[in-house]
Design a protein. Structure first.
Length: 363
């Protein structure tokens, strides 16, 4: 029997871990990425080292796979639509278009899904910025509509900020101004929805950041009230259904002091805050994304243990050797050739007895 072939757009660490999970299911992976040093290329059956704008290469790639997924949102829509014309793309290009534009995303969440977000205003020039910050009492964050992640493409605004200088920092790009909200902590939920509209949800987790980059994820979120967990799940289900999602979706939320949840953003792919599932659940987020894409039954999201996931950023990758002999920790290196400040190089999962309410990486 011929093995199924999964196409993966993007050859970073997420693409690598998707491909590894696919191989455990007997599926070969073809990976498309313009970067010749893409770490996912090491585990691919075939690679396409071409620009996303090379439509002929994109067509050849799509014709050679059974179904296609992506590991990040910043893919040209034309590229996604070209693939979708030739094979299933899961999640769809419509979902991708919403998630890669912060303004479209916020409008979808607030207007269509009827979910609470921070107040926001479209911002196309300095005059828009001045008007928006006036309404927001000069407590806001200016974000580019596209290409922002891990704190990139955003600037904090306060009453002493020089708006002209801040506008130049985003390079006169189409932007969105979001009102700054005071929250208790950041939570996230990952949901999978199948072609048959079956839904599986992973436990709600707490995310802690350092220098605008995810540092640790605690699974499950410590001392989370049942009503907050239920609310997070209801929000994720509503979003997935409104998107007609087939695949995986991460939903980032802020928990307010009173337990109310405010959605920050969505990501239709495996997510950094879901790496804990690799050792914490019966089915990891990566295997789940493959199952959903292939049209197979979704796997169990049962959490078998508690996990604290620690990202290894830049030179922190050298910490791996410290934990190799400790059975309480599972180490992952992404195989990236160049260590850079702020670059995600790997992660470590601390494995803890279930329902221990441990909230730190080190004992």
């Amino acid at each position: 029997m011929k093995n199924k072939i999964l196409g993966i757009i993007g050859g970073g660490q997420l693409g690598r871990m998707i491909a590894l999970s696919a191989s455990h299911l007997g599926i070969n992976s073809h990976i498309y990425d313009p970067n010749p040093d893409s770490p996912a290329f090491d585990v691919a059956s075939d690679i396409f080292n071409n620009e996303y704008s090379d439509i002929e290469a994109v067509k050849k790639f799509a014709k050679g796979v059974d179904v296609c997924v992506y590991e990040f949102e910043n893919i040209p829509i034309r590229t996604a639509q070209t693939i979708e014309d030739l094979c299933p793309l899961r999640p769809s290009s419509k979902v991708l278009a919403i998630s890669q534009d912060r303004l479209l995303e916020k409008k979808f969440l607030s207007d269509k899904a009827k979910i609470k977000t921070a107040p926001f205003y479209e911002c196309n020039n300095i005059d828009d910025l001045k008007t928006a910050t006036k309404y927001l009492n000069k407590s806001a964050i200016l974000k580019t509509r596209r290409l922002g992640y891990d704190g990139k493409g955003q600037v904090r605004i306060n009453k002493d900020s020089n708006l002209e200088t801040i506008w130049k920092k985003v390079g006169d790009n189409q932007s969105i101004v979001e009102g700054f909200i005071s929250f208790q902590r950041e939570l996230s939920v990952i949901i999978a929805r199948s072609i048959d509209e079956d839904i599986k949800i992973y436990d709600c987790v707490e995310n802690r950041h350092k220098n605008h980059i995810l540092d640790e994820t605690i699974a499950p979120a410590p001392h989370l009230k049942n009503k907050v967990q239920n609310s997070a799940e209801e929000i994720a289900i509503r979003i997935a259904n409104e998107l007609n999602l087939i695949g995986l979706l991460a939903v980032e939320m802020f928990e307010m002091e009173d337990g109310e949840l405010v959605v920050n953003e969505i990501a239709p792919r495996p997510h950094n805050s879901g790496h804990w599932t690799m050792d914490g659940c019966t089915t990891s987020q990566f295997e789940q994304s493959v199952r959903a894409a292939m049209g197979w039954p979704l796997g169990s999201t049962l959490r078998n243990v508690d996990i604290v996931m620690k990202n290894l950023i830049g030179k922190e990758i050298n910490l791996i050797n410290t934990f190799l002999e400790d059975s309480r920790y599972k180490t992952y290196s992404y195989g990236k050739k160049e260590v850079r400040e702020g670059r995600k190089m790997g992660h470590i999962n601390r494995i803890i007895e279930k329902d221990s309410n441990v909230s730190k990486f080190m004992p």
